[in-house]
Design a protein around this ligand. Structure first.
Ligand code: ATP
Length: 324
């Protein structure tokens, strides 16, 4: 579910925008002209298969590398012309965390506060507040190397928040976390957005984009293959169907001969009938089965999910076990 707040009905000015952004490594074009328009206070998810260029896009927008072409503005600053302005407005937690394992969580935080030129008193106060907010008070005096993966990610985000950035880049924030830690992280991201922070997220998890993002862009072959809300993307591709499964081969054959538009699976005694998932279509199918005296043992409705969209747009095969 999207998490951003929009109270006044007006489109807020973009927190991040890019036009025709390009980047190549040697003769490999990684970004082939991408446009972005990310309103302040929203969550944007950049999805793409491994190697699609997600991290490259994050690196350009966070001024770590420069683009070969195009323009980008972050927090109103041009990334090429005013990188310091961009850096002052953003927080970044990447796949390579800034956490130093040899020192304690608290010391990591104080170090960060030092980098932000805070007074000792302010540093201690901000550190205590953030450690409490991220449920790290108890572990504060233990070396960060002893933390679990979820605790390290929480510390990483807490360190990012020391400078109260208004725009946060999260490069695969939940990769490698167990489901509980992942859900905790989603809660943290929702809280950030509730405070008005803009979140630019890259993720390999379609469910994560579905849960958090107001808008999702699918990066493929250096271009944005599609962009929209999760619902808009799901509507872009066909794939909704009703699946009928039989145990009686005669009933299966009778249904298969009459329902000519159905895709057959003779081995599984199953039929897939294209459907928009509406009550009307479902009722007419069930009425027809009743009238014909055919009984299916299982009726299942499949509406396209983000997985279908992703696999359709990136041209990759959907793993067999997720085909329903
Ligand atoms: N410094 C570099 N020199 C040469 N090639 C690079 C460099 N950095 C990235 N690449 C290549 O650019 C492509 C995009 O990489 P990038 O890390 O942006 O992808 P990604 O979408 O973030 O992938 P993943 O999901 O695996 O993290 C890859 O083919 C990668 O090998």
């Amino acid at each position: 579910m999207p998490t951003s707040r929009r109270n006044d009905g007006h489109a807020p000015p973009p927190a991040i925008s890019a036009v025709a952004l390009r980047k190549s490594y040697g003769d490999k074009t990684v970004l082939d002209g991408i446009d972005l328009h990310i309103p302040a206070g929203s969550v944007f998810a950049l999805l793409g298969p491994n190697g699609a260029g997600k991290t490259t896009a994050v690196k350009i927008l966070t001024t770590l590398i420069s683009a070969d072409g195009g323009q980008a503005q972050v927090a109103g600053h041009d990334v090429a012309e005013h990188p310091d302005g961009v850096r002052g407005a953003i927080g970044v937690t990447g796949q390579f965390s800034a956490v130093d394992g040899l020192i304690t969580g608290e010391e990591n935080m104080l170090l960060m506060a030092d980098l932000h030129l805070m007074s000792k008193r302010e540093a201690r106060q901000v550190t205590a507040e953030l450690l409490a907010r991220f449920d790290l008070t108890e572990a504060a005096t233990k070396p960060a190397s002893t933390y679990s993966g979820g605790m390290k990610r929480r510390l990483d985000i807490a360190m990012t928040l020391v400078g109260t950035p208004r725009i946060i880049f999260l490069d695969e924030p939940t990769t490698g976390l167990d489901p509980r830690s992942r859900h905790n992280m989603w809660g943290i991201i929702r809280e950030l957005v509730a405070d008005g922070v803009t979140v630019f997220l890259t993720t390999q998890y379609l469910e994560e984009a579905d849960e958090l993002a107001d808008r999702i862009a699918v990066l493929n072959d250096g271009k944005i293959a599609a962009e929209g809300s999760a619902d808009q993307l799901k509507r872009m591709i066909p794939g909704g169907h009703v699946r009928l499964r039989f145990t009686d081969p005669t009933a299966y054959q009778a249904a298969a001969s009459a329902l000519t538009e159905a895709a057959r699976s003779d081995e599984a005694l199953a039929l897939q009938i294209p459907s928009d998932g509406s009550q009307r279509e479902l009722r007419s199918l069930l009425d027809w089965l009743d009238a014909a005296g055919i009984e299916a043992d299982e009726v299942a409705l499949h509406t396209p999910d983000l997985d279908d969209v992703f696999f359709a747009l990136t041209g990759s095969d959907k793993p067999k076990e997720t085909v329903r």
